[in-house]
Design a protein around this ligand. Structure first.
Ligand SMILES: [Zn+2]
Length: 308
């Protein structure tokens, strides 16, 4: 289904009511009609309270239960507006922007929504990069430059992979936090994000020596010649400092990396509406997560309050 609003006026016209939002979300969640999440049959009663009751196993569920929207007390209309705003801003939105635009009473709500929406920017199954791919690592955060291979106080090491499409320029990117610049960490970073058989371009750091043994060709150039990686890293850092004023805590950095990747890989897309639809498509397939869990459930290192 490729059915989305093309611009703000189409968006406003189409999603003027809660019912219109529900109908759209229903279509994304159950394109072939309702299917019981428990027994997978399709016979259903629609109750007056908005719940669906399975005729076969009596299971009751709502349109939003089991999705990113589970438990929300706000109208879908507001969520749709938040997502539309996020995809239509070139550099994304901060929690403060969202709070102001939607006139939300609480900053925490805006902050939690952004985190939930960020999770819906990652497709449950992602295609790997392929072809010629430039790979390097960079430190994010802290004031002093970090020492390679040893880590540095208050800094996070981020792996960066960038497709080199020759005359067409940069293809897609992948970013991810890595524990260190050892061979095993770098191998794992590449294996999870790049198809075997691809050519990996790196500098002469020995941590990349093992790539051949795990199925890649390696091409070595000088560190300063890793131009694609350096460009992506400088744009990423500018984005973190600009849109988010550097206020990204260590424990949440990986989700910001996901948002940046989502935006970067779709930077040439003229169809902002399609991004809106993709986020909603993911939103009905990802598991719900509570505010408490967003605060607590941290990927990567232990929580701290360091700022970028
Ligand atoms: Zn059922």
């Amino acid at each position: 289904m490729l059915d989305y609003p093309n611009n703000i006026s189409e968006f406003e016209e189409r999603f003027a009511t809660e019912d219109a939002c529900r109908a759209y979300l229903f279509k994304l969640r159950w394109p072939d009609g309702f299917i019981c999440p428990r027994c997978s049959t399709n016979k259903v009663w629609q109750q007056t309270d908005g719940l669906y009751r399975c005729k076969s196993c009596d299971y009751k569920c709502s349109l939003t239960s089991g999705t990113m929207f589970e438990g929300t007390r706000k109208p879908l209309l507001l969520w749709f507006q938040a997502i539309w705003y996020i995809v239509s801003q070139k550099n994304g939105a901060s929690a403060k922007n969202i709070q102001r635009i939607l006139e939300l009473g609480s900053y925490q709500t805006a902050w939690a929504w952004l985190h939930k929406i960020r999770r819906a920017m990652v497709r449950p199954v992602r295609d790997n990069l392929s072809g010629l791919v430039e790979v390097d690592e960079t430190f994010i955060g802290g004031k002093k430059p970090g020492k390679r291979g040893r880590g540095a106080e208050g800094k996070i090491l981020v792996g960066v992979a960038v497709e080199d499409k020759g005359d067409e320029g940069i293809g897609r990117i992948r970013l991810g936090i890595i524990p260190d610049a050892s061979a095993s960490s770098l191998n794992e970073f590449v294996i999870e994000r790049v198809n075997k058989g691809s050519i990996i371009r790196t500098d002469n750091w020995p941590g990349y020596n093992g790539l051949k043994t795990v199925g890649y060709e390696r091409c070595v150039i000088g560190r300063k010649d890793l131009k694609l990686v350096h460009l992506v890293v400088s744009l990423l850092k500018r984005w973190l400092l600009g849109t988010h004023q550097g206020a990204v805590s260590h424990e949440h950095l990986s989700y910001y990396l996901d948002e940046y990747t989502f935006r970067f890989n779709r930077r040439t897309s003229k169809h902002r509406g399609m991004l809106f639809m993709r986020i909603l498509e993911n939103a009905v397939t990802i598991k719900p997560i509570s505010y408490k869990k967003i605060v607590k459930n941290i990927r990567g290192k232990k929580p701290s309050n360091h700022k970028i």
